[in-house]
Design a protein around this ligand. Structure first.
Ligand SMILES: NC(=O)c1ccc[n+]([C@@H]2O[C@H](COP(=O)([O-])OP(=O)(O)OC[C@H]3O[C@@H](n4cnc5c(N)ncnc54)[C@H](OP(=O)(O)O)[C@@H]3O)[C@@H](O)[C@H]2O)c1
Length: 343
């Protein structure tokens, strides 16, 4: 059994990791941390996990975490910077759900995150954990940077078009909508019921922290730095991201449906809908799936890709478990086969 630790287990991605890992046949959640709830049993915070073992939240002590085979960081940025080095030096693998190791340039990271990079010496070995691009490197990695939620939906959507150089990379548009759990469980005014419900708004249009991350990945695929207009929105639902992606075709003779189906044919967690499809967030709720559809409205030179994920699963904790499975030589889908809950 793999002994897993979760730092930040009282947050939304932390409890989602617990839900997945407690049901995983090869994992024993060995240590769960919270500074604010240390000493409290798991079920006192999460009634859905009652009966799943006698876990108690503990202070995040790096020495104790070193007894784990793998430690997940489900924490705000900066926390994994402080602890990852010691864990790695003691033989514990690290899977970080925060942005700490996603951006390869520490100066760029520092500009977007407003503080100096806390572990630049680890950046070279950190692998960006998007299996659909980096599966082989993930299997060899000790340190994984799990992609952000918007970057996962947007990158998987644009990937086949950029790999085949079928669109103008300078004029990509991503119009994305996220549920409120994307902001985490911490108390903040914008997440209150009276603020977020019956409302629909864009935010961070001048620049969202996920922009440099998306550009870094798409640059690696396209071979040059693309131009991306990224407009995130907040919608009054709990889970889910729907990204509507737009690009201008440089050739109109390609069979885009066949391209998407071929690119993702071997991918267990990317589902290309039949031609004319419209993926819905509720169709992936609680699952590790990204559902995609590709359209060419009016047969013109604009391609529209629709990409739906659950921000807490393929956008965070499910993708983290997918990475863990690859790192430990387990079947990639183990513990991740659940079907979305409907209605
Ligand atoms: N929510 C999403 O959809 C989503 C998707 C992809 C990635 N992410 C990323 O995943 C990370 C976690 O997000 P979240 O939404 O789960 O956050 P959250 O709900 O706010 O939870 C944060 C957790 O981290 C702990 N924590 C906070 N400061 C800490 C510190 N200095 N040291 C140790 N533990 C600390 C908190 O517990 P205590 O304060 O009690 O210790 C809590 O358990 C973030 O970096 C976020 O950007 C989130």
């Amino acid at each position: 059994m793999i002994r897993a630790g979760i730092v930040g287990a009282t947050g939304y991605t932390g409890v989602e990791l617990l839900r997945l890992l407690l049901a995983h046949p090869q994992v024993e959640p060995a240590m769960i941390t919270s500074r604010g709830n240390a000493g409290e049993p798991l079920e006192s915070l999460f009634p859905n996990l009652r009966g799943q073992g006698a876990l108690v939240f503990q202070e995040p002590d790096v020495g104790a975490l070193c007894d784990c085979d793998v430690v997940f960081f489900a924490t705000p940025h900066g926390v994994a910077h402080a602890m990852a080095g010691e864990l790695l030096s003691r033989g514990t693998r690290v899977i970080d759900l925060s942005a700490d190791f996603r951006i390869k340039d520490p100066e760029l990271w520092s500009r977007w995150y407003g503080q100096p990079h806390g572990a630049p010496e680890l950046l070279d070995e950190a692998v960006y954990g998007l299996p659909e691009i980096h599966r082989a490197q993930i299997a060899e990695a000790r340190l994984i940077a799990v992609p952000g939620c918007y970057p996962t939906a947007i990158t998987l959507g644009f990937l086949p078009l950029l790999e085949q150089a079928l669109v103008d990379p300078a004029r990509l548009v991503a119009d994305a909508k996220s549920g409120v759990s994307g902001a985490g469980r911490k108390a903040q005014t914008g997440s209150l019921l009276c603020e977020a419900s019956e409302n629909f708004k864009a935010y961070a249009v001048p620049g969202h922290r996920h922009l440099p991350e998306i550009l870094q990945t798409l640059s690696g695929v396209a071979g040059l730095r693309p131009g991306l207009t990224f407009v995130p929105h907040l919608v009054p639902m709990i889970r889910g991201i729907l990204a509507s992606l737009y690009a201008t075709l440089t050739r109109t003779d390609a069979d885009l449906q066949a391209l998407y189906e071929a690119r993702y044919a071997g991918e267990p967690f990317v589902d290309v809908l039949p031609a004319g499809g419209h993926p819905e967030t509720r169709s992936v709720r609680g699952t590790n799936l990204c559902r995609l559809a590709v359209h060419r409205p009016g047969g013109g030179d604009t391609v529209v890709v629709l990409s739906a994920i659950d921000n807490l699963v393929k956008g965070a904790s499910g993708q983290a478990v997918q990475n863990m499975n690859l790192m430990f030589g387990l079947p990639e889908t183990l513990g991740l086969e659940s079907i979305a809950v409907l209605p």
